[in-house]
Design a protein. Sequence first.
Length: 505
Amino acid sequence: MNQVIRAGRLLMVDLPGPTLDPDTASHLRQHDIRAVCLFRRNIVSEAQLTQLCAALRGVMGPEALIAVDQEGGGVVRTDFWPFPPSVLALGAARDPARPESVQPDLTQTCEVAAANARFLRSVGLNWNFAPVLDVNVNALNPVIGDRAFGSDPGLVARHGLAYAAGLNDYGVAACAKHFPGHGDTDQDSHLALPTVNRSRHELEATELLPFRRAAEAGIPAIMTAHIVFPALDGQLPATLSPAILTGLLRGEWGYEGVIITDSMGMQAIDSNYGRGPAAVQALLAGADLVMALGRREVQLETIAAMQAALDGGQYDPAPSLARLAGLAARYPAQLRLHVERHTDALLFNRAWARGLSAVGKVVLPPLHRPALLVVRREEAARQISEAGLSAPHLKAALDDLYDLTLHEFGDPAALDWPALRAQADASGAALLLATTGRLRATFPGIETAPPDLHLCLWNPYAVLDVPAPALVTCGFRPEALAALRSVLAGTGEAMGRLPLAGLEG
């Protein structure tokens, strides 16, 4: 049986551009590849994306799995639909009917996910690599930030299951990631191989709890993390570990859904294990689908190694093929008319607004008076996240609220805070600092002349770097800026409560 199965059926690849060119279509057909992940380079417009998904389904057939990272916040691949809120904003929201309650508003989380699914299904996408179930407990984490619901594992689990239900109910397969958990790392697995040195007991109480509950609830798919957990496997990262994927996830927890690897092109795998051998290791460990992103020659290298393993009888593909076929059957990549667009856009707006949080005693700068805004010139895209907010863009969003002077910077270490404070005081201006990047920055000397207000527009842990009260938007998208404008103008309020230990406000 193995000789007639082509390895491409156990592979997910990416595409070079926004159209399915003849050469790429031939590559998919030749190797019987039935799973593709789309990125920003593949997406231009709604009409184009609809055509691309239709072309992919025409080539890959009814078992086509067309995936995207549409998490919300800084990880959104489309720019022509309203932006779904970051999951941190959802974690920060509280039921406005019971403002004294610290219980999360799970109904809103489910509704946001359902709206997200309706947009995706309207073009033919059938798999979303969300929700993120990482428990963000490390303030130095360079890759999670607004992508996590919070630092409490119970809250993360509740929100994660609500989000998965919203996606699944409207025809898009959910995928929990990054198992067993990327929340307590201070390294980015795109660039290095992180290790989480927690005991099994600590892992059970924190990282593993949301994933265990997702597995018990039958979430359709789980994505592995390229991270070493010595308490679970003393040598191998989770993606390559039989002890973690087969022993823990399949054996102890009884999980029967699809296990997909994270991108094998990330340096955690590529630099330490090699693409081809690592792909085979992942399959033998218990993965069903290997994400082989990158250049064609790398995809072919991966296919060759996997095919040799199949032909040599090292791996029985039947269980994985059945799981993948079942996923595609439950969530077919077919168009579904989206008639709730206006309602869903309003829902996203409300969710962003309800997640906006205050940290410290915020005093709003007086309207239409001088304000000096200090902000980084631009924020580049970094690995999975899209580019952040530029200084001119932020100035344009706030310009009519104040007599605004913009102070752009490139290197935060070059800022002269006493001079900035003197400049603001000389003109009677409020001194504002906006942090707009996914990564935290240090501001030498800021404690001697702190700003009056910190506008924290991406990484929430940036509030630890700025000795000033803060408004935390949980993201930088237009909807988040609209919520911020409303608070600054006095027509809205910061209703959220940051779901991160030590930053609750």
